[in-house]
Design a protein around this ligand. Structure first.
Ligand code: 7PJ
Length: 289
């Protein structure tokens, strides 16, 4: 099935004719790489503006840490963190905004505050999440996670990780389509690091073309993640910028249409070089938009 060339974010069309950059904006006190830095709307807007100037096409706002072992926060607290930031970003910036949440209450409020993309690391498995996402006009990124952030890294096992992740994501996409969501609002993400060992992550990354072949745009998030730290011999988070940019370019080479990253300028350079010198992917595209 051909991938749509545009993503419909509440009526606003994001072109996917080349790989797009989603910049991460954590409004949490405890995220692993930048926790606590952007809790105030002013600081959040300044950081998001810098990311847009460096080449970000989407800003992803998250109010609940999903790092391994983290505890969930009540939806009221998540709303207190993200809604003022989304409201301020919407007034300040021209790019589509994404809400990184698994809670239907937060999805609805965030969309009302201007989010054009719902990014759910839990794959819309919370009660009411599928309906909340489908009822909106927002684009929806469905990610695969084994277990919960609290438990996911306790000995994850798969018979065939690529087949299981593709199967799960295909089923979620079908569920959305069954609720009337068109293909050009759906994005799939294998969920690097969410209930996966290094070996699983490597198999998924090398198998990205198979996920791409399901016919939906694929999002890849490996920025600063421990899989890159492990590849570099236990490199700490601050030393993973180059690895993250290279991985983003490799993902684009396998056909990913969106990369979710912290270091936007380095990613933009890496994608520009990939585009100029890398293999041309596609076009399995419909040419819409
Ligand atoms: C991802 C995400 C990812 C999507 C996080 C981190 C952990 N959303 N949210 N994909 N990761 N769609 O940034 O390292 O991989 S939070």
């Amino acid at each position: 099935m051909p991938v749509s060339l545009t993503l419909d974010c509440s009526g606003r069309r994001l072109r996917l004719d080349r790989p797009r950059i989603m910049g991460v904006l954590n409004v949490t006190p405890d995220s692993f790489s930048d926790g606590g830095r952007f809790l105030e709307p002013e600081a959040a807007v300044a950081h998001a503006r810098a990311m847009v100037e460096a080449g970000a096409d989407i800003i992803d706002v998250g109010g609940e840490s999903t790092r391994p072992g983290s505890e969930p926060v009540p939806f009221e607290e998540e709303l207190r963190r993200v809604i003022p930031v989304l409201t301020a970003l919407r007034a300040a910036l021209p790019v589509p905004l994404s809400i990184d949440t698994s809670k239907p209450e937060v999805m609805r409020a965030a969309v009302a505050a201007g989010a054009g993309l719902i990014n759910d690391v839990n794959g819309l498995r919370a009660p009411g999440a599928l309906a909340a996402a489908a009822d909106s006009a927002a684009a929806i990124c469905v990610m695969h996670m084994r277990g919960t952030p609290r438990s996911m890294q306790r000995e994850p096992r798969y018979d065939d990780v690529l087949r299981e992740v593709c199967g799960f994501l295909a089923e979620r996409a079908s569920a959305l389509r069954g609720l009337g969501v068109p293909a050009d609002r759906i994005v799939l993400d294998p969920g690097f690091g969410f209930g996966k060992t290094l070996e699983h992550n490597v198999a998924l990354f090398r198998g990205l073309a198979e996920l791409v072949s399901l016919g939906y745009p694929v999002l890849v998030g490996v920025s600063r993640k421990s899989m890159l730290g492990a590849i570099l011999g236990d490199r700490p988070v601050e030393g993973r910028v180059t690895a993250s940019a290279v991985a983003a370019a490799l993902a684009a080479g396998y056909g990913a249409r969106i990369v979710r990253v912290h270091d936007v300028a380095a990613t933009a350079d890496a994608l520009a070089v990939q585009r100029a010198l890398g293999r041309t992917v596609g076009p399995p595209t419909t040419g819409e938009g």
